[in-house]
Design a protein around this ligand. Structure first.
Ligand code: 5RP
Length: 228
């Protein structure tokens, strides 16, 4: 699948998911290139159809894009509950276990997700896999002592790599933490791994989003399919 095909699938998924948003809703808006298409479509509906809803964003990037369309954005602590959160994902298996955090927004994404009545992911076909793990698993760690965390992950055989930007500096999350990507290839026991990681001092969150999502919209210009 080339990038143009993949983008067409992402766009189709974003447009399909935008149909879930109705007047008066509180909507969690994820992060990433697929969500960009979603926000473009929601922005179009706000401007052309007068759609009115309130967004809770999972990154500053998404907030900026949404506000550029005049979408009202509030903080997650300003709402009791979110009606639906629509987000992208890096991988998802048949049991709806997934990996997120390719865009370094995993912590805010998980906080928004757990405060949502319904969670929908929008992906292209390449993200639906039999076993998660080929995509390097992002782990958010605080900068202080991160070298020791990386060393411990290395000793466990998890092949950690500190994520760097184009200038060779550590990528910073919106909480100013670092991201360490684990090159695991296959994650056979995701629940055990999630517990192990979250119990390591210095780890803030992992990109394992296990059995949290209610619906996955797999984009296809010929007609998206929805997994439930
Ligand atoms: C950001 C994420 C993204 O949702 C995930 O990386 C998918 O991104 P894209 O839609 O660009 O493929 O988890 O932290």
């Amino acid at each position: 699948m080339d990038k143009a095909q993949q983008d067409a699938m992402k766009k189709a998924a974003g447009i399909e998911a935008a149909k879930l948003v109705k007047d008066g809703m509180i909507v969690g808006l994820g992060t990433g290139s697929t969500v960009r298409f979603l926000v473009d479509e929601l922005g179009r509906r706000v401007q052309e159809e007068g759609l009115q809803f309130t967004g809770v964003t999972t990154s500053r990037r998404t907030q900026e894009q949404a506000e550029s369309y005049g979408i009202r954005i509030v903080n997650v602590d300003d709402v009791e509950e979110i009606d639906v959160t629509i987000d992208g994902a890096d991988e998802v298996d048949d049991n709806f276990n997934g990996i997120k955090g390719g865009g370094a927004a995993l912590l805010w994404e998980k906080i928004v997700a757990i405060n949502s009545k319904k969670i929908v992911w929008i992906v292209d076909e390449s993200k639906v896999v039999p076993t998660i793990g080929k995509f390097p698993l992002p782990v958010e760690v605080i900068p202080f002592g991160h070298g020791h965390v990386v060393e411990k992950l290395e000793k466990k055989g998890y092949k950690p790599v500190l994520r760097l930007d184009a200038e060779g500096n550590p990528v910073l999350t919106d909480e100013k933490n670092y991201v360490v990507d684990l090159h695991l290839d296959k994650i056979e026991k995701p629940f055990e791994l999630r517990e192990e990681l979250i119990n390591m001092v210095g780890v803030v969150e992992s990109g394992l989003f296990l059995n949290m999502v209610d619906e996955v919209i797999v984009g296809n210009p010929a007609g998206p399919r929805t997994l439930t």
